[in-house]
Design a protein. Structure first.
Length: 78
């Protein structure tokens, strides 16, 4: 091979401590999970139950529509 070809130099990474993105806000121990709302165990259970009662009929409706669509596709393709 020709001697005048330049050899590829490998760049060596040197950590200089430069921060690209500030990650100080990602510490979970300092963040509050209650968001200023104080609820007892009984109130939390009641809130979860109310949410299930509110969204369960919608969820069941979506499942029924999905099932009906799948049955129609199966009948159409068979």
């Amino acid at each position: 091979m020709a001697k005048n070809k330049k050899e590829k130099k490998k760049n060596v990474y040197i950590d200089d401590g430069h921060t690209v993105y500030d990650m100080s806000g990602l510490d979970k121990s300092k963040s509050k999970s209650d968001d200023g709302v104080q609820m007892t165990k009984k109130e939390k259970r009641a809130a979860v139950r109310a949410a299930f009662e509110r969204f369960l009929p919608i969820f069941i409706g979506v499942l029924l529509c999905f099932t009906a669509t799948m049955l129609l596709i199966r009948l159409w393709l068979s």
